[in-house]
Design a protein around this ligand. Structure first.
Ligand code: AMP
Ligand code: MN
Ligand code: MN
Ligand code: MN
Length: 281
C-alpha cells in the first residue's frame, strides 16, 4: 500500500550524471522531504543505483531502479525514462555505454565551439565540474560557463548558450526511440516519455511520437513534472488517458538551489490517469 500522504518521485539525478549529490545523499534528502517511493534516473547510466538502493533500504523508502535515456526522434531530443529495470541487463548496459561514448565525442566538439567564441579550456572545465560523473553533459559545461561569468546561474546559461542556434551547441544523434524502449523492456522495465512539455513540437507531432512509442512497447508518460505548468499537467493527463498510457510523476531534481523543484515536491496526478507506480512495487 502507498500511504495517502506519501510522496512519489520517479525522476531525479545524482552526481553519477549531472546532479550534485551522491546517490545516497539523494535518497537521504528524499526521505527528509517525505518521499516514500523514489526512483533515481541518471542520464544514460545505472552506476548509482546500488548505492541508492542500499540507502533506501536503510531509511525505509521503496526504491525503483531507473535511468533516463537520451533519444533522437525526428530531429528532436526526447528523453525516455526506464523504470523498474534490471541494472545488470547486458543489452541495456551496452546501449548506455554507446550513448556515453557519443557524449564524450560531443563534448570535444562543444568545447571546440565554445573555444571559437572566447571560452578556452571548456573541456577541462566541464570535466572538472563532472568530477566522478560517468557522463559528460551540457550541465557540466553550463556550470563551467557560470564560473567564467557567462551567465548568473545554470538555468540562464541555457538562454544564451548550448541550445540550438547558440554558441556551444552541437547537433547530436542519440539512440532511436525504439532502441531505448527495447533496452528498457528487455531489462524488465517500464518505458515512460519524460517531461513531454519540454519538446517544442506541435500537437500532431506529439501524437505521432506517442503512437510510435506505444507501437514499440512504451506504456507510460510523465504527466507530472517540474517542467510542466498546471495546464500542461491537465493536457498530458488527457493525452495519457486517451492513449491508455500510465501516468508517472517526477521532480527532475538535480541539485539544491539549481533545480526547479525539490525532491518529492510535485503536483498531484490528476484523476482519470492510472498511476504507474503501483506496477513497480
Ligand atoms: P545533455 O543530456 O548533456 O544534452 O544535457 C541535458 C541536461 O541539461 C538536462 O538534463 C538538464 O539537466 C540540463 N538543461 C537543459 N536545458 C536546460 C535549461 N533550460 N535549464 C536548466 N537546465 C537545462
Ligand atoms: Mn540533467
Ligand atoms: Mn530530461
Ligand atoms: Mn532528468
Amino acid at each position: 500500500m502507498i500511504g495517502r500522504m506519501e510522496r512519489v518521485d520517479l525522476h531525479c539525478h545524482s552526481l553519477v550524471s549531472d546532479g550534485l549529490l551522491a546517490p545516497a545523499e539523494v535518497v537521504e534528502r528524499a526521505a527528509a522531504h517525505g518521499v516514500g517511493v523514489l526512483a533515481l534516473t541518471d542520464h544514460d547510466d545505472v552506476g548509482g543505483l546500488a548505492e541508492a538502493r542500499a540507502a533506501a533500504q536503510r531509511l525505509g523508502l521503496r526504491f525503483v531502479d531507473g535511468v533516463e535515456i537520451s533519444t533522437t526522434w525526428e530531429d528532436t531530443t526526447v528523453h525516455i525514462l526506464g523504470l523498474g529495470i534490471d541494472p545488470a541487463d547486458a543489452r541495456l548496459r551496452e546501449g548506455l555505454e554507446r550513448l556515453r561514448a557519443g557524449r564524450a565525442q560531443r563534448a570535444e566538439a562543444m568545447a571546440a565551439a565554445l573555444g571559437r567564441c572566447g571560452y578556452a579550456g571548456a573541456l577541462e572545465g566541464a570535466m572538472r565540474h563532472a568530477g566522478d560523473a560517468r557522463i559528460l553533459g551540457r550541465t557540466h559545461f553550463a556550470r563551467f560557463l557560470v564560473e567564467r561569468g557567462a551567465a548568473r546561474d545554470v538555468r540562464s546559461v541555457f538562454d544564451h548558450y548550448l541550445v540550438r542556434g547558440k554558441p556551444g551547441h552541437v547537433p547530436h544523434h542519440w539512440a532511436e526511440v525504439a532502441e531505448a524502449v527495447g533496452w528498457i523492456t528487455g531489462a524488465g522495465g517500464v518505458a515512460a516519455i519524460a517531461h513531454p512539455a519540454r519538446y517544442r513540437v506541435g500537437r500532431a507531432a506529439l501524437r505521432r511520437l506517442i503512437e510510435q512509442f506505444r507501437a514499440c512497447g512504451g506504456t507510460a508518460m510523465e504527466v507530472v513534472s517540474s517542467a510542466h505548468t498546471a495546464e500542461d499537467t491537465r493536457e498530458f493527463a488527457r493525452l495519457a488517458a486517451a492513449y491508455g498510457l500510465l501516468g508517472s510523476c517526477g521532480s527532475d531534481f538535480h541539485a539544491p538551489g539549481e533545480s526547479q523543484a525539490e525532491l518529492g515536491e510535485t503536483q498531484a496526478l490528476p484523476e482519470g490517469v492510472e498511476p504507474l507506480w503501483p506496477r513497480l512495487l
